[in-house]
Ligand binder design. Structure first.
Ligand SMILES: Nc1ncnc2c1ncn2[C@@H]1O[C@H](COP(=O)(O)OP(=O)(O)OP(=O)(O)O)[C@@H](O)[C@H]1O
Ligand SMILES: [Mg+2]
Length: 288
């Protein structure tokens, strides 16, 4: 049986985070406001957003164009900073990190998947996966190549390891981008319209891979326009005009956040092999 030793099982201990919050609230946004200065004056892309995401949740963020979905995702990944409010991810107050610290923190804690893949065009597929590992130094130099090849195998792209991204189809590039997002074994994957540029079959396969990552204990936040996909996740957050208009999981999140420390935590199902079968379907979709 093929195992994925590079995917660490999530730990479910019940120690408190550094800020005293429940460790199950892996992502916490409190009163997050993001303002932009525009020629027409200040524009608020986010208006006092409170959001708590527990470990192991698969959250879809939906809403009209311009509603603030990407801005919200960028707050969580540290790609952008709030004007006001707090963003605490895995116990780290991301809003307080300095520029140089954010890149390293992100590299270790959040795998980012972009709508347009954003692979580096001058690096091969393999080098694209190695880059975040070289940057964060979490694995020994010897381990890195093996790990990169395992990840490429998991998304059925190992045969393309030596190619440049321009030689790949969109679905293939997105599979490489997902492998890259997992390079440092992050607890969280944040994906902004990861299937926006894929045909429906490939999109479905990418979605299935995400489902399997959630089965592995990863926490996924996925911005999507696809309402079908949004229905298939564990929680859907709808953004309208910079605010959370509805949240199917808010009750659960409240329970988790208010939980007494020491309550037994239900570990997610372990589907090590399912990631691989998801990848197999992924490749079927991509070659369709
Ligand atoms: N750098 C910026 N300067 C000024 N306004 C901005 C900036 N970035 C985003 N905005 C505005 O903030 C609002 C939210 O943008 P955001 O990119 O989060 O929307 P979105 O929900 O992701 O939309 P889409 O579905 O089109 O990707 C939009 O009105 C946008 O024009
Ligand atoms: Mg967007």
């Amino acid at each position: 049986m093929f195992r994925l030793p590079f995917l660490r099982k999530s730990t479910h201990g019940h120690s408190r985070n550094g800020d005293g919050s429940d460790p199950d609230a892996l992502i916490s946004l409190r009163g997050v406001t993001k303002s932009y200065a525009t020629p027409a004056g200040e524009f608020q892309a986010l208006k006092g957003v409170d959001l708590h995401v527990a470990r192991g949740e698969f959250v879809a963020v939906i809403g009209k164009s311009g509603s603030g979905k990407s801005t919200l995702s960028n707050m969580i990944t540290g790609i952008d900073r709030p004007t006001m409010g707090e963003v605490v991810v895995a116990g780290t107050p991301v809003h307080k990190l300095r520029e140089g610290q954010i890149a390293e923190w992100r590299g270790r804690n959040v795998g980012v998947v972009f709508q347009f893949f954003q692979l580096l065009p001058t690096l091969t597929v393999l080098e694209n996966i190695l880059l975040p590992m070289d940057f964060c130094n979490m694995f020994s130099t010897r381990e890195r190549k093996d790990r990169a090849l395992h990840l490429l195998e998991a998304v059925e792209m190992v045969d393309h390891a030596g190619k440049l991204p321009t030689a790949l189809s969109g679905g293939q590039q997105q599979r490489v981008a997902i492998a890259r997002a997992l390079a440092n074994d992050p607890a969280i994957v944040a994906a902004d319209e990861p299937t926006g540029n894929l045909d429906s079959r490939t999109a479905d396969a990418v979605f299935h891979l995400f489902e399997n990552l959630v089965g592995e204990g990863k926490t996924i936040l996925m911005v999507t326009h696809d309402e079908d996909m949004a229905r298939r996740v564990t929680r859907t957050v709808t953004i309208a005009d910079g605010q959370i208009a509805s949240d199917t999981g808010s009750d659960r999140a409240r329970v988790v956040n208010a939980a007494t420390y020491g309550l037994p935590h239900q570990a997610p199902a372990q589907h090590t092999v399912a990631v691989f079968s998801g990848a197999a379907r992924l490749s079927e979709g991509a070659h369709a």
